[in-house]
Design a protein around this ligand. Structure first.
Ligand SMILES: C=C(O[C@H]1C=CC=C(C(=O)O)[C@@H]1O)C(=O)O
Length: 399
């Protein structure tokens, strides 16, 4: 029990802290790890941008937000946690090296309180994608990819598209975030708002790299998609050869990254069927115990080798990437990049930015892709992207 004289820290709600950060025009990220009760948030007074994937060890605590392909408009961004919030304690903590004057101004604004405002998130002046692909043009790109795969120019490529919808009049950002938390308990749920970059939210099913406090490194090979059964059970899932091979390629790719690092001490479990919202995937889990293997930079080394994995790019990586850049017809921006906390109280947990949307002033831009192999049918791949878009549609439909 704390003594009677102990000074209690003020308690805040997630909504109060988030609204204050947005109102002050500050960069903010809020997230919840899969199957965890705690929502965390960090506010950064000076986001750092780089063209290279940043080093994870050592790094101050913060949040990484990285694009599919870095360029001048879409840099890698590190939000150092100047202020950190936990929904469990309700405490907002200032990091020792955060500028006192800015922190004091934030606490003052928090005490003053802000009204919920309808559109107070950062957004670009115009829709960055200009126009979405039609079913016809998407399917034409899939057919071209299938031809090239059958001609052995590559083995697999992931083709994606954007889909813009008007934001419902009653849309409210913090309520949408809370909806994602309750609807997708086993996803990595996040909201990232960065002035000059934009506002993204999503419920990702895919770990890219994680190193927890017990020094266990984890990554996964995730691929193959089908609608989840009504009862949410995976017991009767049947996978076609196409999906088994597609997931096998991602698995081989992860193994090739370990091989490049000459690391043999990993465990591999799977593939198993897992549920992600309205969908099921095949997933193989990889682990390395860093207490037993002396590899302090494994997180960064694997991150740089893995991204973009063949779950979002293809195999071999280079021809698949060139095909995507030449044929997708839009810039993926931060979709299929990666994001997550770095050196937080529970370690580093980076996820692939999937099942996500970008918020503009009056529109939401949703993103989805599908892995194309020699067995792909353009019509089925279009349907698969429709299913994946449902993850965010479902959130918008709540308003
Ligand atoms: C590219 C996406 O999903 C990837 C992850 C799981 C299954 C996939 C698939 O079956 O194609 C994709 O590789 C997306 O959701 O936009």
């Amino acid at each position: 029990m704390a003594g009677n004289n102990a000074k209690e820290s003020p308690r805040y709600t997630l909504t109060e802290v988030l609204q204050t950060a947005l109102h002050q025009g500050l960069a903010v990220a809020a997230w919840r790890l899969p199957l965890q009760p705690e929502v965390q948030l960090c506010v950064s007074f000076t986001p750092q941008t780089t063209q290279e994937i940043p080093t994870l060890e050592p790094s101050p605590a913060g949040f990484l937000f990285c694009p599919f392909q870095a360029d001048a408009v879409h840099p890698h961004i590190f939000l150092k946690a100047d202020l950190s919030f936990s929904s469990i304690t309700g405490e907002l903590t200032q990091s020792p090296d955060a500028p006192d004057s800015q922190a004091a101004a934030f606490f003052q604004a928090l005490e003053n309180g802000v009204q919920r405002q309808s559109t107070n998130w950062p957004f670009p002046d115009s829709n960055p994608n200009q126009s979405d692909r039609t079913e016809e043009t998407f399917q034409a790109a899939v057919s071209l990819a299938v031809d090239l795969i059958r001609a052995e120019a590559m083995e697999k490529v992931v083709l994606s598209r954007s889909h813009s919808v008007p934001l419902p009049d009653s849309f409210e950002l913090t309520t949408a975030f809370e909806q994602m938390l309750s609807v997708y308990p086993n996803a990595f749920v996040s909201l990232t708002a960065i002035p000059g970059i934009g506002t993204w939210m999503g419920a990702s099913p895919e770990v890219l790299v994680s190193v927890d406090k017990q020094q266990v490194f984890k990554t996964v090979a995730l691929a193959g998609t089908q609608p989840a059964s009504e009862d949410g059970s995976t017991a009767n899932a049947i996978w076609r050869q196409k999906e088994i091979e597609e997931q096998g390629m991602v698995e081989r790719y992860v193994l090739s990254c370990f091989k490049k690092l000459r690391l043999r001490e990993y465990t591999e479990v799977g593939p198993r069927t897992v549920i992600a919202g309205n969908l099921m995937h095949l997933r193989t889990d990889f682990k390395v115990d860093l207490k037993e293997v002396d590899f302090p930079t494994l997180g960064t080394d694997m991150l740089r080798l893995l991204h973009p994995t063949s779950a979002v790019c293809g195999l071999p990586k280079e021809p698949a990437l060139q095909f995507i850049l030449a044929n997708e017809g839009y810039n993926r921006s931060y979709y299929s990049g990666f994001l997550g906390p770095v050196n937080s109280a529970v370690g580093t947990h980076l996820f692939v930015n999937l099942r996500c949307m970008q918020l503009l002033e009056t529109e939401a831009v949703l993103y989805a892709g599908a892995g194309i192999t020699g067995e792909s049918s353009p019509d089925k791949e279009w349907q698969e992207t429709q299913h994946k878009l449902q993850t965010m549609f479902k959130i918008l439909a709540e308003f």
